[in-house]
Design a binder for this molecule. Structure first.
Ligand SMILES: CC(=O)SCCNC(=O)CCNC(=O)[C@H](O)C(C)(C)COP(=O)(O)OP(=O)(O)OC[C@H]1O[C@@H](n2cnc3c(N)ncnc32)[C@H](O)[C@@H]1OP(=O)(O)O
Ligand SMILES: CC(=O)C(=O)O
Ligand SMILES: [Mg+2]
Length: 349
């Protein structure tokens, strides 16, 4: 383990100094597109203003035969797009794949000026982050970058979940984590056969009515991902980095997608992935506090004065702790409103 004194030193001569804080930028949706697909690439200028994060995906979802084309597409988009306030990320192939080294090299040397974050899939432990950390420093020095690239890891193996705290604390480059429900399900040998969301057979059933097990008992579908998301949120909070829900594969089921995203929002996630244009507005809506919750938070904070003590408001006890929750909602609302005039108006800022 590195000495805490060395933690913020660059890992290569000439590399930029690591950041001490993750800069706040709206990140309500990470919008995936396959940069090997010319039609999708041509849509980039239209999509950029609609999303908080645009991600050029090189990994799963891109056929093996298109890996080089995807890498070239990433570079083309990086070099020819005006991203404005929108972040630009890429997901490289996994560290054990034949493509990862070339992906990272091209990403930093040819797209590094435009990129904010590099997403690393199938991270198993801090050793994976240490490898990427040093390699990025060497490449940044070679490219002459003035800002360090950040790392976002996907939590999608059982070992990764077991090591989640160490992964989050492995480098000052760590920006956040996403839940990878599809690979995680496969790695854990779950029997779900879908990309995220619930499963009708994962349930609890009401007790027998009048002792009759054949009676018409209500069933309650349970959340397969609660444990992992909650653990990921705590690990990210400990390290001062950002948790995200990942993909929701049932594109047609916009209702269940919204439910899944909202559960993640309420548990502490800052955003989710959008795989299809239909999911962009869902994420924007869910991960922006509602005007009602902002109005309520403002009332509580104003009524609480210096934020200490206990008061009654509308029949409910409010105190230091509920005030802090309201401050979380208010500060997110303010940060989003600073960048979105429609939200600013809806919130009355
Ligand atoms: C488990 C994981 O790792 S998840 C991450 C990996 N998977 C991905 O990244 C998938 C990303 N999404 C996609 O590739 C596509 O959305 C698909 C393949 C799922 C569906 O694509 P299509 O069959 O074209 O969907 P559909 O016909 O509904 O698309 C409607 C329009 O939206 C466009 N579109 C679809 N997805 C996207 C996208 N992600 N970004 C931009 N535009 C898109 C289509 O090109 C189409 O445009 P058109 O009306 O001009 O023809
Ligand atoms: C997100 C992702 O990569 C997965 O679910 O496998
Ligand atoms: Mg995956």
């Amino acid at each position: 383990m590195r000495s805490p004194k060395d933690f913020f030193k660059p890992l290569a001569v000439g590399a930029p100094a690591p950041r001490h804080e993750i800069p706040f930028r709206p990140s309500r949706m990470i919008h995936f597109f396959p940069p090997s697909n010319e039609k999708m690439r041509s849509k980039v200028p239209d999509i950029v203003p609609q999303v908080d994060v645009l991600l050029a995906n090189l990994e799963d979802g891109v056929p093996a035969t298109d890996k080089e084309a995807a890498r070239a597409g990433l570079v083309e988009v990086a070099q020819n797009t005006d991203f404005g306030e929108t972040q630009f990320w890429t997901r490289v192939n996994s560290l054990d794949s034949p493509w990862c080294l070339d992906d990272l090299t091209a990403a930093v040397l040819e797209a590094g000026e435009a990129l904010d974050v590099i997403m690393i899939p199938k991270v198993e432990g801090p050793e994976d982050i240490h490898y990427v950390d040093r390699l990025l420093a060497q490449l940044e020095a070679k490219a002459g970058l003035s800002e360090p690239l950040m790392i976002h890891a996907i939590l999608e193996t059982a070992r990764g979940v077991a090591n989640v705290e160490e992964i989050c604390l492995a480098s000052p480059r760590m920006q956040g984590l996403s839940l990878g429900p599809a690979d995680l399900a496969a790695n854990r040998r779950m029997k779900t056969t879908r990309v995220g969301g619930g499963h009708p057979d994962y349930l609890v059933r009401q007790d027998p009515i009048d002792g009759d097990i054949e009676s018409d008992r209500t069933i309650y579908q349970q959340d397969l991902w609660h444990y992992t998301i909650a653990r990921m949120v705590d690990a990210c909070g400990t390290a001062g980095i950002l948790p995200f829900y990942g993909p929701f594969g049932d594109i047609a089921d916009v209702v269940a997608c919204e439910d899944q995203f909202r559960n993640a929002y309420l548990l502490g996630c800052v955003g989710a992935w959008s795989l299809h244009p239909k999911q962009i507005d869902i994420a924007k809506r869910v991960f922006s506090p509602s005007p009602e919750s902002v109005a309520h938070a403002r009332r509580v904070v104003e009524a609480m004065g210096d934020g200490t003590g206990a008061i009654m408001l509308d029949g409910k006890m409010e105190d230091d702790a509920s005030c802090k929750q309201c401050q979380v909602v208010l500060s997110l609302a303010k940060e989003l409103a600073d960048r979105d005039p429609e939200l600013a108006e809806a919130y009355g800022f």
